[in-house]
Design a protein around this ligand. Structure first.
Ligand code: PLP
Length: 707
């Protein structure tokens, strides 16, 4: 019989486990403490578990049977008889989509993401895997990872780096036929650097990652991709060249003949230039023709309407870095610089990768309907003479990968009421209609279990933080388990207004401390290590929470990442979202709360502007925008207080004789029924496949010979 250790190792090799709670629980049950200590990384559990303990656990038949079953399920998953992609994927089945992104959030043990963009990219890969849409992800391996947020005694965010070892992750070095590691060269000013090509299996799709730790590189160049969004403008443009140019070369080195390039944000825009350069060099195409061809096979998604979210590289810095591409294309540097300017002859003005991507893509889109409108307005300057409505930027609304975010208890409930294979029909509204038949008590009880688990988690994290800062433990436990509990977790940047609720502390006091209708608030969120104004807001919110009136009702949880997020989305009764409209491109955290039976309480911005139907959650305000920011903030703040006071809280505490808030539960059901089938990754992937990938692939097959 095969030793259990080998079987377990087999299971760790494909990141499929990241969205299978049943598989993850095998590793958790082997040694729970160890599991949590190693960031729930199964491979590290198998490597570090005490061999004797593992033997004892293996003798416990349950573990062996669960492992065998998981291995069988993985095998079946990897060899499907049919998939949506096989039936509907057309040209993509011969040549896959290459999905470029600067970050990928697949699981918290692989720290190559910082926030929404990365987690969306991770969910995109998982969705493509589930549907069998041929797609490869291309990103960078940041070997120093991102940072862990720790708040010191003064509530100032400390960014603690925790290095990780490649050997501890299911990432392998790609090799050529001779068994030598594959790498790609990249010309940078005054030198050529090399990047190793790594690969991680994510279910049925692959994630390709570039690693600059090649012994041929100088120590500085080896550190080029050490950190996500680290360093200055020079580091940044070099990372972007690595992602776009190096990524495109890695595809060729691996023999992957991608049909469509899907570029996410401007960070990877240089890929269009490299693809054209190669056609010029290899097939002798005329450069402008090659660029047109490259654009025909490119889909570009912009993910933010916030101006500062779009890179601007000074002209001389960009020129210096674009010279090798310009030479390869046979064009002047000045002409290539013009591709990244609104007005090409605006000599000396900065180079914007977003502009390059918008000019050289066949289809561009925002990530929600409202974001489409805002993006058309924002980029109308690129299409002078066209009416705003005719600017060629559409939208595909984001969705989340349900199995990654859904509590196991709710998966069970859905299996009973929607059918054992409910997750295969997730985009069908008819199936979700059956949610109405679920006994209110059943949903309510599960929610109480999930909430209790979250409160335990939050209290533990809070105790750890106090201990680290040398503070005495709390005398009374924070957060009353029976109280209505709302969550607010996101990056702390001003437009998300994390401190909006604190504008009137006396009113907030009345709101949360009503003895008959108490309210708990859980905050979490990080700032970019270089974002001091963001860190100031974190500090301020934490100081406000210290007010004795708030201390036991409001808590800030450190280190918002996928683990903390999962716990909050699953446990909260409601999810607060109060950005300054229209700056939230989409937002996805609320979708994760919704499928877990939480109600979305949000400004009508991002996805909520198209998701809210008047009774499937709550709207803060009426979606108005004011030219004066202060007035807009004031108005939204008043609307938020009023909504909580008059509607949200009373509805939650309106109980029947069995103690059930029937009107609230009715709203939860309606929210799950009307929102889940739309705002999930399967629907997003199908939209991209039908409206973006297939048209681009078809145009492309007609033109491009296989190399
Ligand atoms: C989903 C998610 C996000 C993105 O949520 P927004 O609503 O866009 O802020 C950010 N961080 C984590 C950990 C997430 O899970």
């Amino acid at each position: 019989m095969e030793p259990i250790k080998n079987k377990l190792l087999e299971l760790t090799k494909n990141l499929w486990w990241t969205w299978n709670p049943g598989v993850r629980s095998i590793f958790r049950d082997i040694d729970t403490k160890l599991y949590n200590r190693v960031h729930r990384n199964p491979l590290r559990v198998v490597k570090s578990v005490d061999p004797e303990l593992l033997e004892t656990r293996a003798a416990d038949a349950d573990i062996v049977i669960r492992t065998d079953r998981a291995i069988r399920q993985l095998k079946e998953y990897l060899e499907p008889e049919t998939t949506w992609g096989l039936v509907n994927g057309g040209a993509l089945n011969a040549r896959p989509v290459a999905y470029f992104c600067a970050e990928f959030g697949i699981h918290e043990c692989l720290p190559i993401y910082s926030g929404g963009l990365g987690i969306l990219a991770g969910d995109h890969l998982k969705g493509a895997s589930n549907l069998g849409i041929p797609l490869v992800g291309i990103g960078l391996l940041y070997h120093q990872g991102y940072t862990t947020q720790e708040l010191d005694k003064t509530h100032w965010q400390q960014d603690v780096r925790e290095p990780y070892e490649l050997d501890d992750l299911p990432i392998k070095v790609c090799k050529d036929e001779k068994g030598e590691p594959l790498s790609v060269p990249l010309e940078l000013p005054g030198r050529t650097i090399y990047a190793r090509i790594l690969e991680a299996p994510v279910g049925r799709v692959r994630l390709i990652l570039l690693d600059t730790r090649d012994p041929r590189n100088s120590p500085e160049d080896q550190a080029l991709a050490a950190r996500l969004y680290g360093g200055d403008q020079r580091t940044r443009i070099q990372q972007e060249l690595l992602l776009g140019v190096g990524g495109s070369r890695a595809l060729r080195a691996l023999g992957i003949n991608a049909s469509v390039y899907h570029l996410n944000e401007g960070h990877c825009a240089f890929a269009v230039l490299e693809r054209a350069r190669w056609r010029v060099k290899n097939d002798g195409l005329e450069p402008h023709f090659a660029l047109k061809e490259s654009a025909q096979a490119t889909v570009f998604t912009t993910h933010t309407p916030v101006d500062a979210g779009h890179d601007r590289f000074p002209a001389d810095l960009a020129g210096e870095h674009l010279k090798p591409l310009a030479d390869g294309l046979g064009l002047s540097v000045e002409e290539v610089l013009g591709f990244g300017r609104v007005n090409p002859s605006d000599f000396g003005s900065p180079f914007m990768p977003t502009v390059l991507a918008l000019k050289f893509s066949r289809r561009a889109n925002g990530v929600a309907a409202l974001h489409g409108v805002v993006s058309r307005r924002m980029w109308q300057v690129l299409w002078p003479g066209r009416a705003e409505a005719d600017v060629p930027i559409g939208h595909v609304t984001n969705g989340v990968h349900v199995p990654t975010w859904l509590a196991a208890e709710l998966d069970q409930l859905y299996k009973i009421h929607l059918g054992p294979k409910w997750s295969e029909s997730i985009v069908h509204p008819d199936m979700w209609a059956k949610v109405e038949d679920i006994d209110p008590a059943e949903i309510w009880e599960i929610k109480q279990v999930l909430k209790a688990r979250m409160i335990r988690f939050v209290r533990e994290k809070d105790a750890d933080r106090a201990k680290r800062n040398g503070l005495a433990p709390r005398k009374t436990p924070v957060l009353e388990p029976e109280a209505l509990t709302l969550g607010f977790a996101r990056r702390f940047v001003t437009y998300k207004r994390p401190d909006l609720l604190f504008k009137d502390p006396d009113r907030l006091d009345k709101l949360i401390n009503n003895p008959k209708m108490p309210l708990n608030l859980i905050f979490a969120g990080r700032s970019h290590p270089a974002d001091n104004p963001g860190k100031e807001i974190i500090k301020r919110v934490n100081e406000l929470i210290e007010d004795p009136r708030f201390k036991n009702r409001i808590i800030f949880v450190e280190n918002y990442n996928m683990e903390v997020g999962r716990s909050l989305y699953q446990g909260v009764d409601g999810w607060l979202n109060n950005p300054r409209r229209p700056q939230e491109a989409c937002g996805t955290s609320g979708m994760k709360a919704v499928m877990n039976g939480g109600l979305h309480i949000s400004i009508l911005d991002g996805w909520w502007a198209e998701g809210y139907d008047g009774a499937n959650g709550f709207a803060i305000g009426d979606g108005l925008i004011h030219a004066n920011q202060e007035i807009q903030d004031q108005r939204d703040c008043e609307a938020l207080y009023k909504l909580l006071e008059d509607e949200v809280i009373p509805m939650y505490y309106d109980r029947n004789e069995l103690g059930l808030p029937l009107r609230w539960i009715q709203r939860v059901k309606r929210s799950i029924r009307t929102l889940s089938w739309r705002f999930n990754a399967d629907r997003m992937l199908i939209d991209y496949a039908r409206n973006c990938y297939l048209p681009a692939a078809d145009a492309n097959t007609a033109q491009m010979p296989t190399p």
